[in-house]
Design a protein around this ligand. Structure first.
Ligand SMILES: [Zn+2]
Ligand SMILES: [Zn+2]
Length: 288
């Protein structure tokens, strides 16, 4: 088989057509660019901080943003949050370092250990503690260093499977936040999701086509994939389901601003007296 675009040796199928490596890279970059433009995700001259975990999705995002940064005129830096999950965190950090060095991107590293605990100290709902810690640390870091937006590697399936999970637990308001770009307010920095319309498979193909380093191991605490499998199942029966739901979520107008106040301990934004991060610190930190 030959690439439909240039006739070179075929690499893989992407959005229904067969491409060679080079053309698949061009098509993927083009798809990310059109969704960044469609949703006006990045503003002219913005300082973007890309959160990189070392997995295929965030590596694909960093690489695609690097290719777009000149064309769309934004500044790109990266952030790695060291969660202290043994070998997994060590490998992930090395991967982020390798790619950033190759691309000449400034890589910032924030360690959760500086707050007196690591993920190994956390008991119970480790993934929700981890999610809280990552959101908190990236927001605080980005704001303190003057970044305009934080880019995360969430792709279509992440957003849709979270949608089902939250629907299941009755957290309806949640869908308000599933936008390709969430504007910042007060102490919250804007969030962008450049891979909003990309799928995990597409991210994997891109990383393989470009021969990028990435951590193959899942986080040892990774949650079950039931909801994601459900998303694939629906997509099989209703082709186009994923993109259609994502575009509807993106269009949905924000209804009302969530009530918020400032954490009594650290001053970050929270809905209660003491923020979840400070409660995690109080519970798990060995320093007190
Ligand atoms: Zn080609
Ligand atoms: Zn706090």
């Amino acid at each position: 088989m030959r690439c439909v675009r240039c006739g070179s040796e075929a690499f893989e199928r992407f959005r229904g057509k067969i491409y060679c490596r080079e053309c698949l890279i061009i098509k993927y970059d083009g798809a990310v660019e059109s969704s960044v433009r469609r949703y006006r995700m990045i503003k002219n001259g913005e300082r973007v901080l890309a959160a990189v975990s070392g997995g295929k999705d965030s590596i694909a995002m960093l690489s695609a943003l690097k290719s777009l940064s000149k064309k769309l005129n934004f500044e790109l830096s990266a952030l790695f949050i060291d969660l202290g999950i043994g070998e997994y965190s060590r490998k992930s950090g090395d991967t982020a370092r390798t790619l950033c060095r190759e691309y000449g991107i400034d890589l910032h590293i924030v360690k959760i250990a500086d707050h007196g605990f690591t993920m190994s100290d956390v008991s119970g709902k480790i993934c929700s503690v981890c999610g809280n810690v990552k959101r908190y640390l990236m927001n605080r870091f980005a704001r303190e260093k003057g970044f305009d937006s934080i880019a995360t590697g969430h792709c279509g399936e992440d957003i849709l499977s979270n949608f089902f999970k939250n629907l299941y637990s009755g957290n309806i308001q949640w869908s308000e936040k599933q936008k390709p770009r969430l504007e910042g307010y007060d102490r919250m920095v804007a969030r962008i999701r450049p891979l909003y319309e990309m799928s995990e498979r597409e991210n994997m193909l891109y990383v393989l086509a470009k021969d990028l380093p990435f951590v193959e191991d899942e986080c040892p605490h990774a949650p079950s994939t039931t909801w994601k499998e459900l998303v694939y199942e629906i997509e099989r029966k209703v082709p186009g389901f994923r993109v259609s739901v994502l575009r509807n979520l993106a269009r949905k107008k924000k209804i009302d601003k969530e009530e918020y106040r400032y954490c009594r301990i650290c001053g970050e934004i929270t809905t209660s007296d003491v923020c979840q991060f400070c409660r995690n610190v109080a519970k798990y930190s060995r320093d007190q």
